[in-house]
Design a protein. Structure first.
Length: 453
């Protein structure tokens, strides 16, 4: 072989070696530093503010101090911010993280849609923050405090998958609370399942989540439970047998609740005379209502999601209490009271929990003391999801240990909505609460949701 060929071969070999070495270093850099992964910029343990709402100067200063690892200054600034705005769960989570500083801790992450649904995200984060605050102020998990990260998934399945991939690659993250919608949970769930990282959703109710993965759990009852309760109420309490259903075919949650309600009504001896798809471009609230009445509907069932709620409320306004109205948990919204108002009186909605539902529970008063107001079922179920992770961490603070603890037959910590027990399907063994729209001042709209007794 000539000297020229030998030189060429040597250079080629060196390039291959450097390429392989670079690839190896890149791989280990991803494993060691998951912030380089797509989606990682949407995750914060206190070093960045994710919500776009009003932010106090002290909160900004506290977040900058965490980023600079100046935890003493961060604590002082965030404590001041909370005195001005006590119902800010992100500030409380970051404060508890700052108090931990660089000390040993167990980490979990909340995956919430801050970007496009900030109010719901704050409701969820209040439950997580309350659970973290309680365990850390009482000595931690066998002496080890809980650190909480927040991830903004925008309720977007693709973004949630990117976040899930980043969390799976971070060995410090031991569990996830979230995601929010059923579609997003199902999408991200494939990543959590492959990475064997437990995610407990406090919101997703689709029946497709049952038995989806041994690593996906939920503290909210499935649509099967809610639909059975509403169908039973329609036939037994209202003495009505024919319904029209409004739903969004683009939403897994909405389709799930609709299908389960149709089946449940049939089992109760009734029937659904017509289904109206709110996602259709030519949907007309007036024509749909007229058609439903013309075909003998006695009840309107709103199996709507957040995206289609406005159209459903148009139907409620036009109905003017002529037909009885039922609804799924997405209808349990301040907007329903503000927009529908008088026309919504008497509407019955199935929710997983209500603050007045259990007079024996101390959670409602504890949450009022912390946040200065009543909290929603989303806060309570997020609290329960976090509490479940805490209880599992007490048994075995590893990813596999958490999964095993949650599926153990003797696992039953007490949360805001009673005992937290998971079926082999990942579902929670719990009933739903039926609530009715009545006149009242608790919501400051002139109308309230109160338990059906």
């Amino acid at each position: 072989m000539s000297q020229k060929n030998e030189t060429t071969l040597l250079v080629f070999s060196l390039l291959i070696t450097l390429g392989l070495l670079g690839g190896i270093l890149w791989f280990f850099d991803i494993i060691r530093f998951p912030q380089n992964q797509p989606g990682a910029e949407r995750i914060s343990f206190g070093e960045r503010i994710l919500n776009t709402g009003e932010v106090t100067p002290d909160k900004k200063a506290g977040v900058q101090a965490i980023s600079d690892k100046n935890y003493t200054q961060a604590i002082a600034s965030l404590e001041t911010s909370l005195k001005l705005k006590r119902n800010d769960p992100q500030a409380l989570i970051y404060l508890n993280n700052a108090r931990i500083g660089a000390a040993k801790s167990y980490s979990v992450v909340a995956s919430v849609p801050i970007g496009n649904n900030p109010n719901v995200s704050l409701e969820i984060l209040r439950g997580i923050a309350q659970a973290q605050n309680e365990v850390n102020t009482s000595g931690g998990i066998k002496g080890v405090p809980l650190k909480v990260g927040i991830a903004n998934d925008d309720n977007n399945p693709e973004i949630a998958q990117q976040i899930a991939a980043s969390l799976v690659k971070n060995p410090d993250v031991l569990g996830v609370v979230g995601p929010y919608s059923s579609d997003t949970t199902l999408a991200a769930g494939t990543i959590y399942d492959a990475g064997k990282l437990v995610a407990i959703t406090p919101i997703s109710t689709s029946v497709k989540i049952s038995n989806f993965s041994p690593y996906i759990f939920r503290t909210v009852p499935s649509d099967f439970i809610a639909a059975r309760s509403l169908a039973n109420y329609m036939v037994k309490n209202l003495q009505k047998r024919q319904a029209a259903v409004f739903f969004n075919s683009r939403s897994n949650y909405s389709q799930s609740l609709k299908s389960e309600f149709v089946s449940s009504v049939l089992l109760e001896g009734g029937r659904v005379s017509r289904e109206f798809d709110l996602s259709q471009g030519n949907f007309s609230a007036a024509k749909s209502l007229q058609q439903a009445i013309g075909e003998g509907a006695e009840v309107l069932m709103l199996a709507t999601d957040t995206e289609s709620l406005d159209k459903a409320l148009q139907v409620v306004q036009l109905n003017q209490k002529r037909l009885n109205v039922l609804g799924g948990d997405d209808v349990y919204n301040i907007k329903t009271l503000e927009v529908a108002g008088e026309a919504a009186l008497g509407m019955v909605v199935a929710v997983p929990w209500h603050i007045l539902g259990d007079r024996q529970s101390d959670f409602p008063q504890k949450s009022r003391d912390l946040w200065g107001a009543d909290v929603s079922w989303r806060t309570a179920l997020a609290y329960d999801a976090t509490l479940a992770l805490i209880a599992a961490l007490e048994r075995n603070p590893t990813r596999s240990g958490i999964q095993q603890a949650l599926t153990a037959s003797d696992f039953s910590p007490t949360g805001a909505s009673g005992a937290i027990r998971f079926l082999p399907s990942g579902d929670r063994s719990a009933p739903v609460q039926l609530v009715k729209v009545v006149t009242g001042d608790r919501s400051r709209t002139g109308y309230d949701f109160e338990p059906v007794r």
